[in-house]
Design a binder for this molecule. Structure first.
Ligand SMILES: [Zn+2]
Length: 140
């Protein structure tokens, strides 16, 4: 990965996003564990479950089990995105659009707007590139 001038973001901002990412990571890790337990050990009694509308408790057929596991998979993907984003904070490329950089734009022109980063702190692309990606159906 090429090294840019230490990011387009100021240090307090980076700290803010890092905090956001870390808390999201913690929350997802907790949920993933809980869900995986529920999906894989559903035959066991769940006496200590405190969430009233937990997904794993909504049904007992295979469909429900599949659904729980698929949900875990998605969270796993998000967790991977989060650790990527955290790595980028360290290397100074956080907050820059991957697609723009691929197209050879300078970092200063590849900045993802703050509102977007706040909403999805692990996002990889700017609004413009995300839009293109969707219309061209690059992802499946
Ligand atoms: Zn872009």
């Amino acid at each position: 990965m090429p090294k840019w001038v230490p990011s387009m973001l100021k240090k307090p901002e980076l700290t803010e996003y890092r905090t956001l990412l870390l808390s999201l990571q913690t929350r997802l890790r907790g949920d993933v564990q809980h869900l995986a337990d529920g999906a894989l050990h559903r035959a066991d009694g769940d006496g200590d479950s405190k969430s009233p509308t937990h997904i794993a408790e909504l049904g007992t057929d295979n469909y429900e089990q599949d659904f729980s596991l698929r949900f875990v998979e998605n969270e796993q993907e998000i967790l991977e995105e989060i650790s990527l984003a955290l790595k980028k904070i360290d290397t100074g490329t956080y907050g820059l659009c991957e697609k723009c950089l691929e197209q050879g734009k300078p970092p200063a022109k590849s900045v993802i707007i703050k509102e977007r980063l706040r909403a999805i702190p692990y996002v990889r692309t700017c609004m413009h590139c995300a839009e293109q990606q969707r219309t061209r159906k690059w992802r499946r």
